[in-house]
Design a protein around this ligand. Structure first.
Ligand code: RIB
Ligand code: NA
Length: 310
């Protein structure tokens, strides 16, 4: 039987400009290239899991503008169940102007639009779908009350929840995440949310354990070039980094989280799922765009085989 994943979160239209450098204030600069693509952390994670073969359903809000139907259609094209995509009257769809520099690094603005309307009631309306999921995936591009409600739903119903606290938000109350199964920040998000330093490996573990003491079960911290760590109350496992030449890092974090949910749901042990997720994210960095850079199962298998042969 297929692994079912539910994503409760955002969608955006990514407006990606490839630049030589950021313009200064008041400066007009010519940029070499532009591409529009489907993005948003929630939708990205949903698409990554779906391309790898999970059966995914998405709870999200779109505007009643020209982008809304395109966003919904894109989810359907990726085989994602859109029964719980709600159109918000009078609202604009979420958009994300993104700037990508020649070294692949990016700067992103998000204009959430209809995503701000995703409410606890949307979770209740999708309860039957969420109950069938092997995991509920969450990010921070929607109202925090909605995130807390989903975590509480998962804890009450026994459905594992995975929260990627991105983008970083100081106002996230980690005290309301008790019962969360997987908390997956990067090192700066971990520092912000724990209020502790994360410069060294020992500090990362201590910061993660402070959250575990508050009722979060497992913490996965991504450390950029130093890979990732899987931290529980009693164990620490190192996930090695995967070296590739970056082309466009946009959406790599979402590739990591979405594929982690897929590999866990497919039955891999968490540490093994994270090794695969790190490879999946690395592959996305070698390609342009956000969802456009996410491999399907076959492309990923090819990449993994090549990686193991070098
Ligand atoms: O994580 C990458 C995503 O962040 C982009 O797709 C953009 O839409 C913003 O949500
Ligand atoms: Na990419």
């Amino acid at each position: 039987d297929t692994n079912r994943i539910a994503v409760v979160g955002s969608n955006m239209m990514d407006l990606i400009t490839y630049i030589d450098r950021m313009p200064g204030r008041g400066e007009t600069l010519e940029a070499p290239d532009f591409a529009m693509g489907f993005g948003g952390k929630g939708a990205n994670q949903a698409v990554a899991a779906a391309r790898l073969g999970s059966s995914v359903s998405m709870v999200t809000c779109v505007g009643d503008d020209a982008f809304g139907p395109q966003v919904r259609q894109n989810l359907e094209t990726n085989g994602i169940d859109t029964r719980h995509v709600r159109i918000v009257g009078g609202a604009a769809s979420g958009v994300a102007p993104i700037f990508v520099e020649p070294d692949g690094e990016n700067a992103i603005l998000i204009v959430k639009g209809a995503n701000s309307a995703l409410a606890p009631a949307d979770i209740d309306a999708a309860a039957d779908t969420l109950r069938q999921a092997s995991a509920i995936l969450l990010q921070l591009e929607v109202e925090l009350e909605t995130v807390y409600h989903a975590v509480a739903f998962g804890a009450r119903e026994g459905i594992p929840t995975i929260l990627n606290p991105a983008p970083a938000r100081r106002d996230l109350d980690v005290g309301r995440l008790a019962g969360l199964d997987w908390f997956c920040p990067n090192e700066s998000e971990l520092a912000l949310l724990s209020g502790l330093p994360t410069a060294t490996d020992a500090e990362v573990v201590e910061a993660a354990r402070s959250l575990i003491a508050g009722g979060i079960r497992n913490v996965v911290v991504t450390l950029g070039g130093r890979g990732a760590r899987l931290i529980t109350a009693t164990t620490v496992q190192e996930i090695a980094p995967v070296a590739v030449t970056p082309v466009d890092t946009t959406g790599a974090g979402d590739a990591f989280i979405g594929s982690f949910a897929h590999f866990c749901g497919a039955g891999l042990e968490p540490a093994k799922a994270l090794i695969q997720a790190a490879r999946y994210a690395a592959l996305s960095i070698t390609r342009r765009g956000t969802q456009s850079s996410y491999a399907n199962a076959e492309e990923f298998a090819d990449f993994t085989a090549r990686q193991l042969n070098v």
